[in-house]
Design a binder for this molecule. Sequence first.
Ligand code: ZN
Length: 64
Amino acid sequence: MAADVDTEPDLDALAAPHPCSRCGEPAMLSVVGFCAACVADMGLRHPDEYASFKSAVSATYGRK
Ligand SMILES: [Zn+2]
């Protein structure tokens, strides 16, 4: 029963870390390209960057 293997999602690609666009660290969890650590850092210490981040989130996921 291996006929439909080619239709399976590429789990290796989904599980692979992607470099954060801000710090460059591989991140398993990222939001619009930023890792969780950068989101927290922006939220706590870099309000200007955080405002840009929130705009990118709104543009990507829609306004709530
Ligand atoms: Zn980062």
